[in-house]
Design a protein. Structure first.
Length: 308
């Protein structure tokens, strides 16, 4: 009886429900923890996460800083956007530098055809969490991104070494979250856990969010490696069998230029991107991240060590 009498204009949309859940998570974390930080790369998921955080605490400023784990091999367009957005919000930016970790001898630069700094981000991230004594880090991972992501809880416990055990996660019945930790431990929190890539784009459209230009179709010098189109850049060595050519591409995800692939596309507007995403049957990381192809459990192995 009650449901049949509901008027349609009172019903929440899918985005309204997801937004409300994410805002609840942000507020829950700030009420439970002393030193949160939001991981912000300038990518689409962290852009949405930042907007949700704004809404959660408006009109007050964000009650935590944002942190970017910088490989030193990022897309310039994304870094420019990151710096501009942080300045607009007036929030403190913490940069955890992989290059600094290499210079300090904490990690060793990989060499060879498959060299990437992605795995090296773990040390920079854990060092920054320890240095700034962050007890919880908001991450933008979604469960539809990659199969290891689907094993995460909303509150993902990390031990004193920053490591994750997928078999030892806390139950979250009735959306009750256990944030109890001891000194040296921390929690990774994922407010976008129940969002899909399509939800992210629908929300970007609804909110009128600015995003880096690399997400839209543009001409770029690329080369092909194992079926992935990588941008020609000074950070990766090409083989003689990898000639550079120009293609019209866009990026579904952004990260280290040495392992983040582009997709051929003519989508120059949000509606066109949404149509492409709705039609695809391949996950964004499965299609565009070379480092996830090294093994079936590549992402899970990195996450066990402390990766995002």
């Amino acid at each position: 009886m009650g449901f049949s009498m509901l008027r349609s204009d009172y019903m929440l949309s899918q985005l309204d429900v997801l937004e409300a859940e994410s805002i609840h998570i942000f507020r829950e974390v700030v009420s439970e923890f002393e030193r949160p930080v939001l991981l912000f790369s300038g990518g689409k998921d962290s852009i949405v996460m930042l907007r949700l955080a704004e809404k959660a605490f408006w009109p007050a400023p964000l009650p935590f800083p944002v942190m970017h784990v910088d490989t030193g091999h990022n897309f310039p367009e994304v870094l420019d956007f990151r710096d501009r957005r942080v300045e607009e919000l007036g929030v403190r930016l913490v940069v955890a530098s992989v290059q600094a970790a290499i210079d300090a001898g904490k990690v060793t630069e990989e060499a060879g055809r498959w060299a990437s700094r992605n795995r090296l981000q773990t040390t920079a991230l854990l060092d920054a969490i320890e240095e700034h004594e962050f007890d919880v880090a908001f991450g933008g991972a979604r469960r539809d991104e990659e199969k290891a992501r689907a094993k995460e809880r909303v509150f993902s416990f990390r031990d004193e070494f920053g490591q994750w055990d997928p078999k030892n996660q806390r139950p979250e019945l009735w959306n009750l979250f256990n944030g109890r930790i001891r000194r040296g431990e921390h929690i990774r929190t994922f407010p976008l856990s129940n969002w899909t890539e399509l939800d992210i784009w629908d929300y970007i459209k609804r909110e009128g969010l600015e995003i880096p230009s690399v997400y839209f179709s543009h001409p770029r010098a690329v080369f092909e490696r194992d079926g992935i189109l990588l941008a020609d850049n000074p950070y990766v060595a090409r083989g003689e069998d990898e000639p550079v050519f120009e293609a019209t591409v866009r990026y579904r995800t952004v990260g280290d230029m040495t392992c983040t692939g582009a997709v051929k596309s003519t989508a120059v507007a949000i509606d066109e991107v949404i149509a492409e995403i709705a039609a695809t049957r391949i996950t964004e990381r499965g299609q565009t991240r070379a480092d996830d192809r090294t093994s079936e459990a590549a992402m899970e192995d990195r996450k066990r060590e402390g990766y995002f």
